[in-house]
Design a binder for this molecule. Structure first.
Ligand code: PLP
Length: 423
């Protein structure tokens, strides 16, 4: 009998024994094509020798040094490399162990920034209904997935939520994509006016929505308008690129394609590529400067932050994504994948939408393509899709999300960037 406390207590899972490129192999020898890189994590596949060697070298030299006392070469090198490729104005890197930790750090830094600049009355966050920002109580409180939130609602600090930019369901027939983008972005202005803009700390959003909707990018112009509204009211723009960052959408940071830069951006998953647990919160020089010239202390921290071995792995991953050309490969293979999905499923009666960027693609499954009516939740379509694919040796990431009170079934396809056309 296992002593593991699994996510699903009623199912028995196969044992992953080995990784081989884009494949995972279980202890019975069955091969699974990792079509979603787990949850958009494994961007380099499962047997990258360069990352493995970087980890071995680092463990032999220095495994860990507590950041309360010392910094380390791999942490410094990773921070330099990230900033060399970061959106404009982003200047500092706070290294943590995963996505939820990165989001928690972002929320707390944003709040502390407001205190440091003499605006302690700012206490609220605004996020979007179609969003997932992590499972810790602060991150969960900003997320918009009602199913994940429900049991914990009474004990969470809650953000207020506005509509997502979700063209498939939100754009009206007589509306251009641009007009739609401006209309939904203006919900941020309306929510600020309702709350009192001087009480709000930040707006938090995923540039391409992942875990609640299956790779939904915003329409052109949406984030530019959001940026303008944030600036007009002195609120921070926090972009959560935990899932969509690190080359997943074909550019290192997803927001590059929206033509804007955030004040704070979070990354994780692809940064460690599955080889080490690591995440990061990056912030602008302005925010860092407020702390540096103010209290001089960010009131936050985790024991394993800036872990030397994790940083050495991530530094190698990042080098391969940038100098090694793997981010460009994500863009190129993303087009191959998109064409294949459209030619296979473009006319399928139960595929309502095919979307995404780079190797970050989503299918929305519907009961009726014409009316866009979703399947009834009790049919558990996404879960059944996952099961059928898995039985046939394909891992893909299914999700059922509540969006504006409506259930929807989505499948996320996010394979490693090394995938070949045949695979
Ligand atoms: N933010 C986004 C956008 C995510 O997709 C996730 C995880 O799926 C998280 C945050 C939380 O990351 P982690 O699971 O590493 O804590």
């Amino acid at each position: 009998m296992s002593h593991i406390f699994p996510r699903h207590t009623k199912s028995v899972l196969p044992v992953a024994a080995r990784g081989d490129g884009v494949y995972l192999i279980d202890s019975d020898g069955k091969r699974y094509l990792d079509g979603s890189g787990g949850a958009a994590v494994s961007c380099l596949g499962h047997s990258d020798p360069d990352v493995a060697n970087a980890i071995k070298r680092q463990v032999d030299t220095l495994a860990f040094a507590h950041t309360g006392f010392l910094t380390s070469h791999p942490a410094e090198s990773l921070a330099d490399r990230l900033i060399a490729h970061a959106p404009e104005g982003i200047d500092r890197v706070y290294l943590v162990s995963g996505g939820s930790e990165a989001v928690e750090a972002a929320l707390k830094l944003a709040r502390q920034y407001m205190i440091e600049i003499g605006q302690p009355q700012r206490t609220r966050f605004i996020a979007r209904r179609q969003s997932y920002h992590g499972n810790t109580l602060g991150a969960l409180g900003t997320g918009g997935n009602m199913w994940r939130r429900a049991p914990f609602d009474p004990v969470m600090v809650s953000a207020s939520h506005i509509a997502p930019c979700y063209e498939y369901r939100g754009r009206q027939e007589d509306e251009t994509a641009e007009a739609y983008g401006l209309r939904v972005a203006d919900e941020l202005e309306a929510e600020l006016q309702r709350l009192g803009p001087e009480t709000v700390i930040a707006f938090l959003a995923e540039p391409v929505v992942g875990a609640t909707a299956g790779a939904v990018p915003a329409v052109p112009g949406y984030f530019k308008r959001v940026r303008e509204i944030c600036d007009r009211h002195g609120i921070l723009l926090i972009l959560d690129e935990v899932m969509c960052g690190m080359g997943r959408t074909g550019t290192l940071f997803a927001c590059e394609q929206d033509g804007i830069a955030p004040d704070i951006v979070t990354i994780a998953k692809g940064l460690g590529a599955g080889y080490q647990p690591i995440g990061a919160m990056l912030c602008s020089a302005r925010i860092y400067g407020a702390i540096e010239q103010g209290s001089g202390f960010f009131q936050h921290g985790h024991t394993y932050m800036g872990h030397a071995t994790a940083c050495a792995a991530a530094d190698t991953v990042l080098r391969k994504l940038t100098e090694g050309g793997l981010t460009d490969r994500s863009a190129r293979m993303g087009e191959v994948l998109a064409d294949a999905l459209v030619s296979e499923f473009g006319q399928h009666p139960h595929v309502g939408d095919i979307r995404g960027r780079g190797l970050f693609r989503g299918l929305e499954l519907v009961e009726h393509r014409g009316t866009k009516a979703p399947f009834a939740p009790d049919r558990q379509v996404a879960a059944r899709f996952k099961k059928a694919a898995f039985a046939n040796g394909l891992i893909c990431y299914p999700m059922s999300g509540t969006i504006d009170g409506q259930m929807g079934d989505h499948v996320l396809i996010a394979p490693p960037f090394i995938i070949s056309e045949d695979q």
